[in-house]
Design a protein around this ligand. Sequence first.
Ligand SMILES: N[C@@H](CCC[C@H](N)C(=O)O)C(=O)O
Length: 280
Amino acid sequence: MRSTHGPEFVKGHGTQNDFVILPDPEGRLELTERRVQALCDRQRGLGADGVLRVVRAGALPDSPADVPADVWFMDYRNADGSIAEMCGNGVRVFARYLVDAGLAEPGDLLVGTRAGVRLVRTHDDGRVTVDMGSAKIFGESTTTVSGRSFTGVAVDVGNPHLACVSDIDLAVLDLATAPPHDEHLFPHGVNVEFVRPLGGDEVQMRVHERGVGETRSCGTGTVAATVAALQAAGTDTGRRVVHIPGGTVEVEITTSGSTLTGPAVLVARGHLDRMWWQHA
Ligand SMILES: N[C@@H](CCC[C@H](N)C(=O)O)C(=O)O
């Protein structure tokens, strides 16, 4: 009987921001927009917020010049098939996969992304810390959700964010559709965070992700939310514990950069059906 096995996959999540991981060291998979959409579809596919292809940087024709060829590269795609520069929850899950698969030693390792190389540290308790680089404010903007208008800061975390701090009950927001954004400030779209300070160093956040919709967590979004919450508190460095619908992460902003710490979980592994993959 002919094998029905198609490409190998692993399913994982970081605070319930979930991913299909596709090991493809030599970059042989034809990962089209339609295939990414099919994989992420929660009815006709495996279901996920995004896809993480595991490929050597040197095997990817469009990998950034500053990523060494032998580094494992996180080729990240949103559920709608679009490419994004960076994914903070994805990097943690990606690192967990590398260690689990024996492709990297536990502890410190490097991951290539379209936003540059990131230093990642896996911990024995299942958490992973990512050096997220410097998160830069590049403007101020507004959006409207559920008839309420919000002002926020535009933050570059490798990818673009609008992080809006307010005291309103986040549960009342309808994030079923994308909040409108300023096309001039965000010509390639934007991830939008709604952030509520809870007192002390804790904040609550909900997010609408570019190319996905509302997700239960967004790692780069939690960094943007922390930058915005710190600014609202009159400072530009510090730490925040960010509560998202899918769990809790910790973010630290320093004068030179930022770190994100949170869980990374591998859930299942298997093979896609060969016929399904061919027709996806
Ligand atoms: N979920 C991610 C962000 C994924 C990319 C984002 N949707 C974009 O298009 O920029 C995270 O954890 O950071």
